[in-house]
Design a protein around this ligand. Structure first.
Ligand SMILES: [Zn+2]
Length: 666
């Protein structure tokens, strides 16, 4: 899901203004990540998900719903095929909001006793649930669905005319459902629990000027009385209730066949408002390229034989309804400014829809993966630097404290809206990739959503970690646990020594992390990048294998998730000489205090051949820390250079001294 704040124009302006341009004449705008706002909780927001109903499993729902936009009323019949799971009770509980009226519950043409208690529909069965045969209940209900849930959405009655300046006066209905996380029961009776997926039929009757887009396959469209049509949709793959959706208006619709390299062809359907169709053609044009990227990475389209539709709705965001993404008119700008939303919702079809968290705290598995696929799309389209920029946008730019104090990712509060589950979730995947390398990481991205056992049971954080460990071939507990179960951030004290060449890292925070730390090593043959696996509270990494090292940068592109600690300042630190050997060289002097500095130079025989008085020098801050600017000492200076050979330079700063060896080579 992606959402904005409200229906006012400034939202649109914000989307456009935050777009970042990529250099180069032909470059398209680099989409900047839209961020979920913090929405005020509404009166209609339930305190939490409905209670679990563990004594039955739903196998299939069949909805037959008549939608009357004029009266803003629905009349429905829902047939529920359920499998009793045993137990000695004779009642089952379905979820249905109290403001809809249940007219009857029947079983084999007999009325059952029911009680509509708050948002629960308690049905008494003629026998106890020990019977293990599947059973079918039919529920008749009607009413006027009201805004519901954390986004004050639910079953939404809208009209084309927004009333805003420049919009045509047009009262064509736009009806759409957005119910994540637990508002499905605000428009149809169901077991509103993501752990219980079932197949779903959606027979939706509407005025014949309107078109209905829903999940799965359109089986047919038939006349349904005066001025009405019935759209008969069926989702043949198990679907969670929060992904069941209808989107209804007088759409302009078109299709395209997409033939990815992997898996079956997928028909792409597009349904947009007539006035937005030119913009939508541009904005949704990359869909097939995105489908290619998804199938390359995540495996075949998980809903083989079914289409992938994108249907415009009047709302403020986008929602990954299974095979039928809903997308806000505000995201259709005609310049691909929101293309990351298009890949985000498509990625959810694998991560969220086909593979669904068993419980809502696992929602970060949905949003973190979908957000990370935004980064992968940016990387594919615009290159590694743009990928890095994107990660900064969803990292330290949006979260200057690097997610510290923002809550626990694996148990987020609130479930939605919560920017943490998107951005830190994506950062966990980015760091995992740095840590285990591309081969293992992309094996994981592929194998995890294609695990048939998980597709059946639903996923959770432990199952995801299991797949990552399988791909990496080792335990990743030390990596995942502090990232997922705490809101701490690594605070790293860095010390770089050139002779011997080493990086010493100390973690100051609790708990310690396993953290990938990129380093850039400058040698005579140019910079080399590598990643250190920091797996202890204090660890020293030898750089001896890199040959002669001039200098080292720690995480120069901010690609790790760490804050730099202020290292304890040594009174006198010398880095260099660079180059060495050479006709002359430079030394970097770091001082803790204001000090008078002198340098004595000795030749290989031990004779002092030069003395330099540098005077009183200011403190510099420690070596290797941002903001530290060393004093530079060059030797030899001037035309009267000594002969080639080995020299020792002894630096004095107050009572401190340090010695460096330099080979002078003319
Ligand atoms: Zn999402």
């Amino acid at each position: 899901m992606r959402s904005g704040t409200n229906l006012k124009r400034p939202v649109l302006a914000a989307f456009v203004l935050t777009a970042v341009l990529v250099g180069g004449a032909a470059a398209a705008p680099l989409p900047s990540p839209a961020h979920l706002p913090t929405l005020a909780r509404t009166l209609n927001e339930p305190a939490g998900p409905p209670a679990r109903h563990g004594n039955y499993d739903v196998l299939d729902y069949d909805l037959d719903l008549t939608v009357d936009p004029g009266a803003q009323q629905i009349d429905g019949r829902v047939r529920v095929v359920l499998q009793p799971l045993g137990g000695d009770g004779d009642r089952i509980v379905l979820d249905l909001v109290g403001n809809l009226t249940c007219d009857a519950v029947t079983r084999r043409a007999e009325n059952l006793i029911f009680r509509h208690d708050g948002d629960s529909l308690v049905v008494t069965l003629p026998a106890t649930l020990t019977a293990l045969e599947p059973d079918t209940l039919t529920i008749l209900y009607h009413g006027r669905p009201q805004p519901h849930g954390v986004f004050n959405a639910g079953f939404m009655w809208r009209m084309r005319d927004t009333g805003l300046a420049g919009d045509p006066s047009d009262d064509t209905p736009i009806i759409a459902t957005v119910v994540e996380p637990w508002s499905a029961h605000s428009w149809w009776p169901c077991k509103d629990d993501p752990a219980d997926k079932a197949t779903v039929g959606l027979d939706i009757t509407v005025p014949d000027s309107l078109e209905v887009v829903a999940n799965g396959t359109l089986l047919g469209v038939e006349a349904a009385g005066a001025g009405r049509r019935r759209y008969r949709w069926r989702e043949a793959y198990p679907i969670a209730t929060y992904l069941v959706s209808i989107a209804v208006t007088d759409y302009v619709s078109w299709s395209a066949d997409c033939l990815p390299r992997i898996g079956p062809a997928v028909r792409l359907d597009f349904h947009v408002f007539a006035e937005d169709s030119a913009r939508a053609v541009v904005d949704l044009a990359p869909t097939c390229d995105m489908m290619e990227m998804m199938t390359d990475i995540a495996g075949p389209w998980p809903f083989a034989g079914e289409k992938y539709a994108q249907a415009e709705i009047r709302w403020v965001g986008a929602m990954e309804h299974q095979t039928a993404t809903s997308i806000s008119q505000f995201l259709l700008t005609g310049d691909r400014a929101n293309e990351t939303t298009v890949i985000h919702e498509l990625a959810h079809q694998w991560y969220g829809d086909s593979l669904t968290p068993k419980t809502w705290p696992g929602i970060w598995l949905n949003e973190g993966f979908a957000r990370y696929f935004e980064a992968l799309w940016v990387e594919q389209e615009y290159g590694a630097e743009a990928y890095g920029d994107f990660m900064q946008q969803i990292g330290r730019v949006r979260h200057p404290d690097l997610f510290a104090g923002e809550g626990i990712l694996a148990d987020p509060d609130p479930i939605l809206p919560n920017i943490l589950i998107y951005n830190k979730g994506a950062w966990v995947l980015h760091l995992l990739r740095l840590l285990i390398g591309d081969d293992a990481f992309f094996t994981f991205l592929h194998d995890y959503p294609n695990d048939p056992a998980l597709a059946r049971s639903g996923t959770d954080t432990a199952a995801m970690i299991g797949h990552a460990e399988q791909a990496a071939g080792r335990s990743l507990e030390a990596f995942f646990t502090p990232l997922l179960q705490t809101d701490a951030v690594p605070v790293i004290q860095v010390e770089v020594t050139i002779s011997p060449a080493a990086v010493n890292l100390v973690q100051l925070q609790d708990p310690p992390f396993e953290l990938p730390v990129p380093v850039r090593i400058f040698t005579g043959s140019g910079p080399q990048d590598t990643v250190l696996d920091l797996a202890a509270r204090s660890q020293s990494f030898s750089l001896a294998g890199f040959g002669k090292i001039d200098s080292v940068q720690i995480d120069p592109q901010n690609l790790s998730l760490m804050r730099r600690a202020s290292a304890p300042v040594r009174s006198l630190e010398i880095q260099g000489p660079v180059p060495n050997p050479g006709p002359h060289s430079e030394f970097e002097l770091y001082l803790k205090d204001y000090a008078q500095v002198t340098v004595d130079v000795y030749d290989a025989r031990g004779y002092r051949v030069d003395t330099r008085h540098l005077g009183w020098l200011d403190p510099t801050g420690p070596a290797g820390e941002d903001g530290s600017t060393p004093h530079i000492f060059r030797w030899p200076a001037g035309p009267a250079a000594p002969a080639s050979g080995v020299y020792w330079l002894r630096f004095f700063a107050g009572s401190n001294q340090a010695t460096r060896k330099f080979t002078l080579l003319h």
